[in-house]
Write a protein that binds this ligand. Sequence first.
Ligand SMILES: [Zn+2]
Length: 265
Amino acid sequence: MRHQSSGHCPACGGVHAAEACPTARGSRPAPPADLALIDNLVAANRILAHQQVVDGFGHVSVRHDKDRSRFLLSRSMAPALVTTEDILEFDFDGNAILPNGPAAYLERFIHAEIYRRRPDVNAIVHSHSPAVIPFTVTPVPLRALYHVSSFLGSGLPVFDIRDVAGDTDMLIRNSGLGAALATSLADKPAALMRGHGSVAVGSTLQLAVFYAIYLETNARMQAGALRLGPITYLTDKEAALSTETTNNQATRAWDLWKLQVSKSS
Ligand SMILES: [Zn+2]
């Protein structure tokens, strides 16, 4: 995989090398992505549906392995139904690199703007997973309750679309809103979206899926524990130490989840 320059592009000012600039290059497709990467993206869609993180809505993307200024995302459809034929290539302006192609997700700008700003991110999950939503509309912070979700640390940013755009339909339907969400996410592994859902990011597809699933699991457990009494959360130090360990274990869970969806399809 090519590595990205940390400098700014002289053609468009984006954070990528000049030779990877989509503005300068136009909308030519990147060389074909690795088939294993596409297969894993299809599996990620099905895993997230199987784990009830996404339903008819929500999406997962991966950065293109041959061109870091592009990403791969399904056409607009329910994630459980995605096949390799449904995967499209996009640039950082949210344009599909396929003229007159099928309809794209309205919220593809979430992915575009996070990839544009986070060279460390190679995969993104956006979901409306139900246990997380209450933590987006109340003052109770979602915090790491146990070691597997230690990446949450002592809390995540909560993006409120109203702060940047007033009353809207709540969707991240353009680059400006995507940029505002990406700014709120900053360098964190996930962000909550008020009255909407969440976004989880990772250096690999496996890690982004892992984070999205355990974001939901932690939320469910935290809501239950709050009914029992005060919670003893992981300290920041415990969370940091545990995240280091857990990140190296994410593929173990991925292998199981992938097997489960391959059996059910
Ligand atoms: Zn959404």
